[in-house]
Structure formats: C-alpha cells, structure tokens
Write a protein that binds this ligand. Structure first.
Ligand code: G4P
Length: 295
C-alpha cells in the first residue's frame, strides 16, 4: 500500500495561504492529538518562519492523557505554545485567548511603543483535513463571531472571523503536502480519516491498526472482539501475517460480518474496526510517541 493524496485544490489553497501570511501575526495550527507529529503539515514550518506559533492538540479526548502531556512538553521545548483542546465539548478553549496574548507579546509591545493600542492579534488557523478545524472555529468563535468577508489584500476564499477586540482569525482550507516520504505517516493520516477513504485499501489499513493494537493494547482487542493472542501461530513461519489475518477474522466473526454463503466479509470488518478506532470506541489511543522522534 502506497498512500499519496494531494488533490489540485490543495496546491491552490497553499498559494493563497502564502499570500495571506503577510497579514498575520500568529499561526494557530490544529493537530490531531492521536498523531501530533504526523498530522502537522511540514510546509507550515517553512511558510510560518518569523511568525508566533500555537499548536492545538485537538481531539485530546481521543488520545491518552499521559501522551497528550508528553507531546505538549515536546512541542514547548521547541518553542511552540501548546494548548490541549476538545473542540467538540469545548474543553481547553478558554485558555486560548491568554496563550495567544502570551505568544504575541513582543508584537503587542512593539505596537505599544509605536503608539498603536488595541490592534487585534491576527491569527491564521491551519490544519490538515479532518483534524477538527471547522468544529474548533465553530466552538471557539461561536455565535459571537462575525465573518467579515473580504478585506483588501485577503485572498478570495479565505475567511476573516472577528472574535473580539483582541483576536481575529483567518480560516483556511485543510491541506496536506505533495508527498508522504514516510509511509508510516501516510498510514496514520489514513487511520485518523485525513485521507480520502476512497483511495485507501481499508483491509490493509485495518491490519496495520491490528498490528499496533496487538503490541500496545491486546486487552482492548480481547475485550471488544474476543481476539486472543495466537500462541500456536507464533511458532510458525509467517507468524505475524497469520496472527493478523486471524485477528481480522475474529472481528468479522464477533461482529457477524458475513457475505452470502457464510463467508467472512473482511472489508466490512476492516471498516468497522477502523471506525471503532476513529470514534474512540477502542479507548483513548495515541498512535505515536515523542521518543520515536528522538531516535
Ligand atoms: P475539519 O474541518 O478539520 O475537516 O474537521 P471537522 O471540524 O469537520 O471535524 C471532523 C470530525 O472530528 C467531526 O466528526 C467532528 O465532530 C470531530 N471532532 C472535531 N473535534 C473533535 C474533538 O476535539 N474531539 C472529538 N472526539 N471529535 C472531534 P464527524 O464524525 O465527521 O461528525 P459528527 O459525528 O461530529 O457529526
């Protein structure tokens, strides 16, 4: 499985973002807390040089709390401001205003010295597809916001949202980058739903998730689907593939994913398993860890 997905509209959106960068003070980057590293578009570091930076670990309710904290420290050590949020429930959003002021304090001070008082911080909100950018904007800006339409110099399509006297947001479309050099990144993006499902081989993807879950959370697999560790298979050649295939079969069995003639419907089982993961039904599961980045 080689995952690549960079539809044409993303190239255009990136160009638009590039043009609008001159208008903003801060980049608010939304990531999925289950894969905080892989859900960051590397192009943003390039585009965002010289801008204040805030990373939101969104969907923190779906990721392990211990790892959320570890990732927050990891990004902070690299000079980013970080807030853990759950845009669906609103948890963590209240902290954002003060962190934004802190992240932009040099700019605010510069303005003050020039006699410019109360100019709002302008932040560009970026994030790859499905990390929860729309949910975040809706909960954070809520009904209080007014969409200000086009301002001079703002690329058509990108939307300004006036939040309050101190903050204005520029919404941008969710974009990925042209090539996933590391396929592990591609797979993780596929697992959290950032890649168009239609181009994916869901059965292979489900086996990848099974592999991870068997190593890290075998008890979840046992409880939810009745998957036992394959002691017999461990002894034989090609053990891992056999164990994984049996695991998927067990998911199909436990969820009665059957085709006509009582054959197992592996495709349905794979979709169901991935869906369970995406929606948090397997628990709060982080897929990557800061220590892997230091190797
Ligand atoms: P996008 O603009 O970045 O593409 O993402 P969007 O806001 O559409 O959110 C994608 C999905 O993620 C939505 O679920 C949304 O409810 C969910 N989501 C966003 N933020 C959070 C969060 O912090 N925690 C959790 N648990 N979920 C979050 P959906 O299944 O597409 O829709 P729905 O089930 O909410 O209707």
């Amino acid at each position: 499985m080689n995952i690549q997905w960079y539809p044409g509209h993303m190239t255009k959106a990136k160009r638009a973002m590039q043009e609008d960068l001159k208008l903003i003070d801060l980049i608010i980057e939304i990531t999925d807390a289950r894969i905080p590293y892989s859900s960051r578009n590397p192009d943003i570091d390039e585009l965002g040089k010289n801008k204040a930076r805030l990373i939101l670990l969104n969907k923190s309710d779906l990721a392990s709390e211990t790892w959320n904290d570890a990732w927050a420290r990891w990004f902070q050590a690299q000079g980013f401001h970080v807030v853990k949020v759950n845009s669906k429930s609103g948890a963590g959003l209240k902290q954002i205003n003060s962190v934004v002021q802190e992240a932009c304090k040099e700019k605010i001070e510069r303005d003050r010295k020039r006699g410019i008082l109360n100019r709002p911080v302008r932040a560009m909100v970026v994030g790859i597809p499905n990390v929860g950018k729309s949910t975040f904007i809706n909960s954070f800006a809520g009904k209080a916001c007014t969409k200000t339409g086009n301002k001079p110099g703002v690329t058509k399509g990108n939307q300004w949202i006036r939040l309050n006297k101190t903050l204005e947001l520029l919404d941008t479309p969710g974009i990925l980058w042209p090539r996933f050099e590391n396929q592990e990144v591609g797979k993780k993006l596929a697992l959290i739903g950032s890649i168009n499902d239609e181009i994916l081989n869901k059965e292979e993807l489900a086996l990848e998730l099974l592999k991870f879950m068997m190593r890290q959370y075998p008890e979840v697999l046992r409880e939810r689907y009745g998957i036992e560790e394959g002691e017999a298979e461990k002894q034989s050649d090609g053990a891992e593939e056999q164990i994984l295939a049996k695991g998927l079969e067990q998911i199909a069995k436990s969820r009665r994913c059957l085709l006509k003639g009582n054959e197992y419907d592996y495709k349905k089982a794979a979709n169901l398993f991935i869906d369970d993961y995406r929606n948090g039904r397997l628990g709060r599961i982080t897929l990557e860890f800061p220590k892997e980045r230091e190797e």
